[in-house]
Design a protein around this ligand. Structure first.
Ligand code: PEP
Length: 253
């Protein structure tokens, strides 16, 4: 049985006060939800990580970072290493979020290096994959997702795969209000699980959690979670409102 997983990506939002308020409101709102039934993570901007780690301490809510660099230290101005994230209390890290790929210009190969480095540094990477609208319209969704997975997981054996979560986030659904239908999400998730069974083995494929992301809200979370291969949700905009995020957490249980 895969434990449901709900993660809230705050992107470039909040400030020193509102990040802590939001974290505390999520803790309070979800206090009645058994942690053994659902993994919950909040993913604030780097500069608020420590404050948010303190705000959620003892709640069972994990904290993740939105990005990481693959070098452990050195002359890489502006970058943050896996060890630094671990040091401030992070458990998870997003790798290859679509905004990093398509706005900042990260390549598949760079994302792969980040995933490997994250695991090496004791973090649990959430590898994000997903196609652009024109790629979907051209019937290339599976090809794009395969390419991103091949590069993103390059060099990981079955054992290291235990640290990985994959988030399928169709780019056309992120921040657009246009959610993939549960069937569209299920189709791609089943494809990804099949691919992992081929690349590794059936047990790796069965154990890995596959999250859907793209305009998830309290109103559509339960329908998405009902799909067999949707094990959780990566939430952007709706994770900035504690009530809405808590509704999504409740829908995932
Ligand atoms: C995201 O940031 O990963 C995301 C899915 O955003 P939104 O929920 O706003 O579409």
């Amino acid at each position: 049985m895969r434990k449901p997983f709900v993660a809230g990506n705050w992107k470039e939002n909040t400030d020193s006060r509102s990040s802590v308020e939001l974290a505390k409101a999520v803790v309070a709102g979800s206090a009645g939800v058994a942690r053994e039934k659902v993994t919950v993570a909040v993913i604030p901007p780097f500069v608020y990580l420590q404050a948010v780690v303190r705000a959620v301490s003892a709640s069972g809510i994990a904290v993740g970072a939105q990005d990481v660099y693959f070098e452990p230290k050195g002359a890489f101005t502006g970058e943050i290493s896996p060890g630094m994230l671990k040091d401030v209390g992070c458990t998870y890290v997003l790798c290859g979020h679509s905004e990093r790929r398509h706005v900042i210009g990260e390549t598949d190969a760079l994302v792969g290096k980040k995933v490997t480095a994250a695991i090496g540094g004791g973090l649990l990477p959430i590898l994000c994959v997903g196609e652009l609208l024109e790629e979907r319209d051209a019937g290339r969704t599976e090809q794009v997702v395969t390419r991103q997975l091949e590069a993103g997981l390059a060099g990981l054996n079955g054992e290291k795969m235990q640290a990985v979560t994959i988030a399928y986030e169709p780019v056309w659904a992120i921040g657009t209000g246009r959610t993939a239908t549960p069937q569209q999400a299920q189709e791609v998730h089943a494809f990804i699980r099949g691919l992992l069974a081929e690349k590794y083995d059936k047990s790796v494929a069965e154990e890995i959690r596959l999250l859907y992301g793209g305009s998830v809200k309290g109103d559509n979370a339960a329908d998405l979670m009902r799909e067999e291969d949707v094990d959780g949700l990566l939430v952007g905009g709706a994770s900035l409102k504690a009530d809405e995020f808590v509704r999504i957490i409740q829908a995932a249980v």
